[in-house]
Design a protein around this ligand. Structure first.
Ligand code: XMP
Length: 512
């Protein structure tokens, strides 16, 4: 495996993405966790130093342990990573003073280098630079292989030791041929690129068996992709030692509970507890309209309910969770400072300690799209794997103001029509998330010869990569018109449809 030492670059995760695309297994670890002991234990086959915002001159500048250079494995330093290598190995780095460079630059070749196979097929390569300090003298053993007007040491290497150091960022889009450098680097390091989903599946199954032994595992199944893939994988590993708990809080979409129960209980034959707790949740939410209060009530009840059912499972020692890699990576933060709570997210954090359970997290090493690939590998239906995300608090946060059963019923029907429209027009997979929110106002309309006084609703559909930022989806007017007509005709209780064209930021995806 390959070790990426993170010095705090905004784009460190992209390095991991590029390597995973090459079927090479890698992990990102923050520089301050990488000690001599860590290196011995991890035993990397190659190491990459990420970029970072610091200066090697700063007090306490982030540095790797000296021993990393004695491992005898190839090292690639990127941007700040290059400066670190030069600084430590006897070269020279100088402060900016007019040589800072941000943005596109062009590198021309100086000499042939194994790292550069497939580069310089044309005269020059476009690269992305982002640095304040720069290397002014290279370390002994190094030579220059590529240069740009502002970065004479754009590509350097000590070929004997297989140490490579570049000033630019090969992992970003703006270095169009950057993936080739990673491909060459992993080839030089002797990776065969055999880290595939089927290999991962085998490896994960063996690890789960080893961790769990003959003990019982419980898994909170939400019907989302992550918990579903985790459950199927664990079930494949330990069969009926796994029991899933599916909490139905009465805030699910149309047909959702039946779908989940049928699939997991009937199709996969998993022991599944269908905790029908609609009355409890809706009762406690009665009359509540403040968004944070709603979230707190649902989160708290969810934990209580889960615990109640879990307590009934004899000998349960483990709790399975669909934690993903982006949740695990410890980010290197230089800015510090408290961040504001925009919304308190719904999860079962804290539950394992409270219940004395150990965690099984078989997706900890995967990115979202890799989880989908693993789901496909495990035979989950494509329509299930490709489902839009659905928030833990469910329809509660799509029903601003007080939640009533009447409103929830109307909302479910309108939402089903909207999703049906999107599927019929072949747009589902182009959209990150789509849903209807029912508004806490009634408006006047006219249908046939009569006056109506019904609820208004808002359609929401966004594109996004990770849910952190989002753009509204540019439906055609025809699509919107047809959808509005269908909702008003088919859903009793709604007489007005609007389309939410707010991006995130300043809006959020959900309405609460
Ligand atoms: P916002 O509304 O914050 O949503 O822009 C970003 C993404 O997160 C989902 N979301 C949640 N998911 N528990 C979840 O599991 C929650 O409490 C929660 N709140 C929002 C939302 O659906 C969107 O995909």
């Amino acid at each position: 495996r390959l070790l990426i030492i993170d010095f705090g670059s905004q784009v460190t995760q992209l390095i991991a993405r590029r390597l995973r695309e090459l079927n090479v297994y890698c992990e990102i670890h923050p520089f301050n966790k990488v000690t001599d002991a860590f290196l011995t234990e991890f035993a990397p086959k190659a190491v990459i130093f990420s970029g970072g915002p610091a200066s090697v001159f700063a007090d306490g500048a982030p540095m790797p342990p000296q021993s990393v250079f004695d491992l005898g494995v190839p090292i690639l330093g990127i941007c700040y990573g290059q400066q670190v290598m030069m600084h430590v190995l006897g070269g020279k780095v100088e402060r900016g003073h007019g040589t800072a460079e941000f943005g596109r630059a062009f590198v021309t070749p100086v000499e042939k280098l194994d790292l550069l196979d497939g580069w310089f097929l044309t005269e020059r390569e476009q690269v992305w630079m982002s640095h304040g300090d720069h290397v002014s003298a290279i370390a002994p053993g190094f030579a220059v292989y590529g240069t740009s007007p502002n970065a004479p040491f754009a590509i350097t290497a000590d070929v004997k030791r297989h140490f490579y150091a570049v000033q630019f960022h090969p992992e970003v889009h703006h270095t169009p041929n950057g993936a080739r450098l990673y491909e060459n680097f992993v080839r030089i390091a002797g990776f065969s690129g055999d880290w595939t989903m089927s290999a991962y599946r085998e490896q994960a199954i063996a690890a789960i068996r080893e961790q769990v032994g003959d003990k019982q595992v419980i898994c909170g199944l939400s019907g989302g992709v992550d918990s579903s893939v985790a459950a199927v994988l664990i079930h494949e590993a330990i069969g009926d030692q796994l029991t899933c708990v599916f909490v139905d809080h009465g805030l699910l979409r149309q047909g959702e509970a039946e779908e989940v129960v049928t699939m997991f209980r009937d199709h996969y034959q998993m022991p599944l507890i269908h905790a029908d707790e609609k009355e409890l949740f809706l009762g406690k939410l009665d009359g509540v309209s403040d968004p944070e209060t709603k979230r707190k009530i649902i989160g708290g009840l969810f934990i209580d309910v889960f615990q109640k059912y879990a307590n009934g499972i004899e000998g349960a020692e483990f709790l399975a969770q669909g934690t993903l890699y982006p949740d695990v990576i410890e980010s290197v933060s230089f800015s510090g400072g408290p961040s504001v709570t925009i919304k308190s997210h719904h999860n079962v954090g804290g539950l394992p300690e409270k219940m004395g359970l150990k965690l099984v997290e078989p997706l900890r090493e995967l990115f979202k799209d890799e989880v989908r690939a693993l789901g496909a590998e495990l035979g989950l239906p494509p329509s299930f794997i490709g489902r839009h995300p659905f928030p833990g608090p469910g329809l509660a946060i799509r029903c601003p103001g007080e939640i009533t059963r009447e409103k929830l019923d109307i909302l479910r029907k309108a939402d089903a029509v909207f999703i049906d429209q999107i599927r019929k027009h072949g747009l589902y997979d182009d959209i990150w998330q789509a849903f209807v929110a029912i508004l806490p106002v009634r408006t006047v309309g006219v249908m046939g010869d009569g006056r109506t006084y019904d609820f208004a609703c808002a359609l929401r559909a966004v594109t996004s990569v990770d849910g952190m930022t989002a753009d509204y989806y540019p439906f055609t007017h025809d699509f919107l018109g047809e959808t509005a007509t269908r909702i008003i005709n088919e859903v009793q209780g709604i007489n007005r449809v609007t389309y939410d064209i707010t991006s995130k930021p300043p809006g959020t995806i959900e309405w609460e």
